[in-house]
Design a protein around this ligand. Structure first.
Ligand SMILES: Cc1ncc(COP(=O)(O)O)c(C=O)c1O
Length: 229
């Protein structure tokens, strides 16, 4: 973030995508609080949600906050007046109520995610064939929305885990530029973003949710160890 802020200088606005970072912090400050605007997703799989789809924008800029309130409500400035084109992006009040309750649990859930991540990292540290996500970097407190490992035989490992009743996911098997929408719009053929393309074949997200027990984490690790043994 320091480097991004420096590159942006005083005239370029920073919009943070904190959609997988609810509660994460950098140098003691929460994600979503660095840029001019922070964006959070409450999609149902996120670290906290709202009992359905939803999202939140954070800003300290009062003028921007008023503009954004207007945009989410069809550009409405008063009950019957609209002065810009906007969206229908109001958060349903029942969903907001879910979110208020979930927010009270967020720190505790994130702490459990960090504990699960440490257990994974400890159990898997000697498996040479996989690369673990960065752990405990200075100044960074992660919240492990995912626990994604990297390996050369991703599909075979996923299959082995599946055969042992362990579900995994891939974030994501198709890089954005290879989605039909972008291929068609920009005529991408593949090879333009080789690192993204390589990672899309190597990344595997292991089970990660706050209710996961230590025994379940150990079982996943045992199956991974078996696969490579
Ligand atoms: C990093 C990131 N940005 C943006 C989004 C989009 O969030 P939403 O689906 O709530 O619009 C997601 C959701 O998966 C995400 O993970």
């Amino acid at each position: 973030m320091d480097e991004i802020a420096e590159a942006a200088g005083p005239n370029v606005k920073i919009i943070e995508d904190a959609c997988q970072a609810h509660g994460a912090s950098y140098k003691g400050e929460k994600c979503g609080a660095f840029g001019d605007v922070g964006c959070f997703s409450f999609y149902p799989t996120k670290n906290m949600t709202v009992g359905g789809d939803g999202g939140m924008i954070t800003t300290n800029d009062e003028r921007l906050a008023n503009e954004l309130r207007k945009l989410r409500d069809c550009g409405r400035v008063s009950r019957y007046e609209h002065d810009v084109f906007g969206f229908t992006s109001r958060l349903n009040t029942a969903n907001a109520a879910f979110g208020r309750v979930q927010l009270r649990h967020l720190d505790e859930w994130n702490e459990r995610r960090r504990s699960i991540a440490r257990r994974y990292a400890g159990n898997l540290k000697d498996v040479d064939s996989i690369v673990l996500p960065p752990m405990g970097m200075k100044d960074i407190e992660p919240v492990f929305h995912l626990f994604a490992i990297r390996c050369d035989d991703r599909d075979a490992l996923a299959r082995h885990l599946g055969e042992n009743g362990i579900d995994t996911a891939v974030h994501y098997p198709i890089p954005i530029h290879m989605q039909a929408a972008y291929r068609n719009a920009y005529e991408y053929k593949g090879g333009e973003f080789p690192i993204s393309e390589q990672l899309s074949k190597q990344m595997l997200s292991l089970p990660m949710f706050p209710e996961m027990t230590n025994e379940q984490v150990d079982r996943v690790c045992q199956a991974i160890n078996e696969h490579y043994a």
